[in-house]
Design a protein around this ligand. Structure first.
Ligand code: SF4
Length: 415
């Protein structure tokens, strides 16, 4: 597999974006010593085990815990993958045949969580290419959520009245095989250039109805602290912007990214919400716990957006265990998404009833805090529609007709 071509990559940080100074010329704040912070009680911590190190067992802690090292050492080629696990013939063929469509990229931390012998391991299914990705259905869509159609300027999707999605980078530490934005994520030619970021900020400044900005990508934590500080500072300077949300999977795939300096920087921009994307309890390690602890201790409100994936988490017991662990990590289960219609992910799609069954198994049976909302992010720009009776217009066989907040109807067809 060819080396992942990342332009001017500085440990996964696009050089162009890694620049950009601090907003106010302040000297860099001294690091907060997290060793001094109050520790969670022992019976909570004991439920979270450190992730294994696999072939990286001899790597010194200082390197293992350095997010730049984790980015540099990503598994991006088949021969690297062969050293980490027993690759099946099917995975080998898929790694070659999917290369042009969507790159492979797995941090050592996340790769070490994979079961080296079991191709049905939930971590492996999310990060190692499989032949299912080559099965393109007639109902698959290049841009399943019509995010490009609702772009007034490149880099901003403005669909809902008072909030926008702001794309800041197309890099991610791990390229999830179920990614809804595979059309551009991992493709350096589609990366957000500095000019695009400026135009996006100008659009937000001009539109006084925008009070909530979802900072997304790719993964915005692929940017340097200074670059993020700059973007957040610029957003905070816009009087009508009330809150922003960082959409990041780094807590799951690269928890080392959540450093003391990073959370210290975030504290300057509150209120900061963080939405992350845990899909399986195996992802809830001591490292992930520590990343969530730092964010929560710094005052961030953290929510989880799980995607319902066949063979990974389409089981009420798995979701219940996941949500209980998330609550211990001070992460509120927020959404369960029905897997969308992105190209080449139909092997992950479940019937909509699978999500309904999960919610039924949770509601009343466990804390309401552990019960997220199950939504279909409707094709063709319908937005997130709760799978509740008042929003289901009709359901016949595999065909669901749903009504969104604006009263418009959208169809979702199961595979
Ligand atoms: S972290 Fe998010 S944007 Fe990046 S590959 Fe995974 S699902 Fe896609």
């Amino acid at each position: 597999m060819a080396n992942l071509p990342v332009m001017g990559d500085v440990g996964g940080v696009t050089e162009e974006l890694a620049g950009g100074g601090r907003t106010n010329g302040e000297a860099k704040a001294p690091a907060v010593r997290h060793e001094d912070a109050p520790r969670p009680v022992a019976n909570v911590l004991s439920r979270f085990k450190p992730g294994p190190r696999s072939i990286w067992a001899g790597v010194p802690d200082a390197l293992w815990n350095d997010w730049h090292w984790q980015q540099r050492e990503r598994v991006i080629r088949l021969e690297q993958l062969e050293r980490v696990l027993r690759v099946t013939p099917e995975e080998r063929e898929a790694a070659v045949k999917t290369e042009a469509e969507f790159h492979m990229g797995i941090t050592p931390y996340y790769a070490a969580l994979m079961d080296p012998e079991d191709p049905t391991c939930p971590i492996r299914l999310q990060s190692v290419p499989t032949m299912g990705e080559l099965n393109i259905l007639a109902s698959d869509l290049e841009d399943p959520l019509a995010e490009e159609r609702d772009m007034p300027v490149p880099g901003i999707t403005h669909r809902y009245p008072d909030r926008v999605l702001f794309y800041t980078t197309h890099n991610c530490p791990v390229y999830c095989r179920h990614c809804t934005r595979k059309r551009k994520v991992s493709d350096p030619t589609s990366a957000a250039a500095k000019r695009q970021i400026e135009e996006s900020l100008a659009y937000i400044a001009q539109h006084t109805e925008i009070r909530d900005v979802v900072i997304s990508g790719g993964d915005p934590l692929s940017l340097s602290d200074d670059r993020l500080d700059h973007i957040l500072g610029r957003l905070r300077a816009i009087p009508h912007v009330e809150i922003f949300r960082l959409g990041t999977r780094n807590l799951v795939t690269l928890p080392q990214r959540v450093t003391d300096d990073f959370v210290y920087m975030l504290r300057r921009h509150h209120p900061v919400y963080v939405n992350t994307h845990f899909n399986h309890p195996k992802e809830c390690t001591a490292e992930a716990f520590e990343a969530a602890r730092r964010l929560a201790d710094a005052g961030c409100v953290i929510g989880n957006q799980m995607v319902l994936l066949k063979g990974v988490n389409d089981d009420p017991a798995v979701v219940k265990e996941l949500n209980h662990k998330l609550l211990l990590m001070r992460i509120r289960p927020y959404y369960i998404y029905q897997c969308d219609l992105a190209r080449g992910i139909s092997h992950f799609r479940t019937p909509v009833e699978a999500g309904i069954r999960i919610i039924e198994a949770l509601r009343g049976h466990t804390s309401g805090l552990a019960v997220p909302q199950f939504v279909v992010d409707a094709p063709n720009g319908g937005g997130k529609i709760p799978v509740n009776p008042e929003y289901v217009v009709s359901h016949e066989g595999k065909r669901w007709v749903l009504r969104n907040f604006a009263g418009k109807q959208f169809e979702y067809v199961e595979p």
